[in-house]
Design a protein around this ligand. Structure first.
Ligand SMILES: Nc1ncnc2c1ncn2[C@@H]1O[C@H](COP(=O)(O)OP(=O)(O)OP(=O)(O)O)[C@@H](O)[C@H]1O
Ligand SMILES: [Mg+2]
Length: 367
């Protein structure tokens, strides 16, 4: 029997949710984010697939504030790519804003005054040619003025912010730092992993954004009971029957990560895949993230430590001896201290040296 209200999204809809009635739980996180919107800088952090984008889109829709949404997931390595991305995001904003006639018209008028910006219909095109391209902060200035004229904050969302790297990323960070200081009508919402955004950018003394205050909202993992409840409701909506035993196994293996639960429900209900497949894909993703983490470190030691921890070796003495065996020499305590400290500060393991995510543990076994 279908229990869905008309117009509501299914719980197992694989796209990000964008409305309160589509969101399972996360009321406290949503309230916190709604209160924070409008602050100069807000960080929405959490492990992958824990509902960051859904939370942000829902809060924006609830708030009714005008917003530009920039998806950095694909990353960018050149000015050209960054400007193409900004053009797309501004065009999409212009189209959305056109629903409120005045905001749309005003936005296009203000943008058209920025050098290097041309407008056709709702298409905003920002030139990347070195001769005429505007600074990113000139684009932000136009958005700030829009906010001033509308008497409202304008939110600039930078989703997957940790993907902004290299010299072009640094230019973007500088532009945000400048806006933070001078554009009182802008509110930046940055999302991403705690490890990338927090440690790589906001708490990195070499980054232009370092030292600026922000409000942090974290997404969380569902408890075992919540996971089972989520799956039960999702399957009930679709009229698909799945045994309690399988639901509990899924809850256990997927570690309360709502994105994996959704994906499993989606595949299972349509008969196109099962738990094994979802776990396999999740492990693959987690492994590539661990590889990224290793790429910036003395990776041999970390690799060994991660593997041992994944096998359940958690005591100091055994870990140290195994590392020494692998290197064929004695190591100082500091080496292991540093490794464990790093793994904890990146939320890979907790204070007891247990993996925080069962999927990441499986991935580490394959390193
Ligand atoms: N509160 C929620 N209720 C129901 N489904 C949700 C909820 N939050 C997320 N989802 C589902 O989980 C999946 C992942 O959500 P979302 O893309 O928002 O997470 P994310 O943290 O931004 O992921 P990524 O790390 O890939 O960027 C999507 O399929 C989405 O529909
Ligand atoms: Mg996301």
């Amino acid at each position: 029997m279908r229990k869905r209200l008309p117009g509501r999204k299914l719980l197992f809809d694989p796209r990000p949710k964008a409305r309160r009635e589509d969101l399972y739980d996360f009321d406290a996180e949503l309230e916190k984010l709604l209160r924070a919107l409008g602050e100069p800088m807000v960080l929405v952090s959490g492990l992958r697939r824990t509902g960051k984008t859904s939370l942000v889109l829902t809060a924006l829709n609830e708030s009714g504030l005008p917003y530009v949404y920039v998806d950095l997931r694909e990353g960018f390595t050149s000015t050209r790519e960054l400007y193409a991305l900004l053009s797309r995001s501004l065009s999409e904003f212009a189209e959305r804003a056109s629903r409120w006639r005045r905001a749309g018209e005003l936005l296009l008028k203000l943008l058209s005054r920025v050098r290097g910006v041309s407008i056709m219909g709702f298409q905003v095109s920002v030139s990347w040619s070195p001769r005429e391209r505007p600074l990113v902060s000139e684009l932000f200035a136009a958005l700030d003025e829009l906010g001033e004229r509308l008497g409202s904050k304008v939110v600039v969302v930078l989703d997957e912010f940790q993907r902004s790297r290299g010299s072009v990323g640094a230019a973007l960070h500088s532009a945000i730092a400048h806006s933070y200081d001078f554009h009182a009508n802008l509110s930046f919402v940055l999302t991403g992993s705690e490890m990338g955004v927090l440690y790589g950018i906001l708490r990195n003394p070499e980054n232009p954004l370092y030292g600026r205050a922000y409000v942090e909202v974290r997404t969380r993992k569902l408890s075992r009971e919540e996971s089972v409840d989520f799956l039960e409701r999702g399957f009930a909506e679709l009229g698909v029957e799945v045994g309690r035993g399988e639901l509990e196994r899924a809850a256990e293996e997927l570690g309360g990560v709502i994105g994996w639960l959704t994906y499993y429900g989606y595949l299972r209900a349509s008969g196109r895949g099962d738990l094994e497949r979802v776990v396999g894909e999740a492990v693959e993703l987690a492994r590539s993230e661990l590889e990224n983490f290793l790429a910036t470190r003395v990776s041999r030691r970390y690799r060994i430590a991660l593997k041992l921890l994944a096998q359940g070796v958690r005591e100091w003495g055994r870990l140290k001896r195994a590392l020494e065996d692998a290197e064929g020499r004695e190591l100082s305590d500091r080496v292991l201290h540093e490794i464990l400290h790093q793994l904890r500060s990146h939320s890979i393991v907790d204070e007891e040296n247990n993996f925080t995510d069962p999927i990441a543990r499986r991935a580490a076994l394959q390193l």
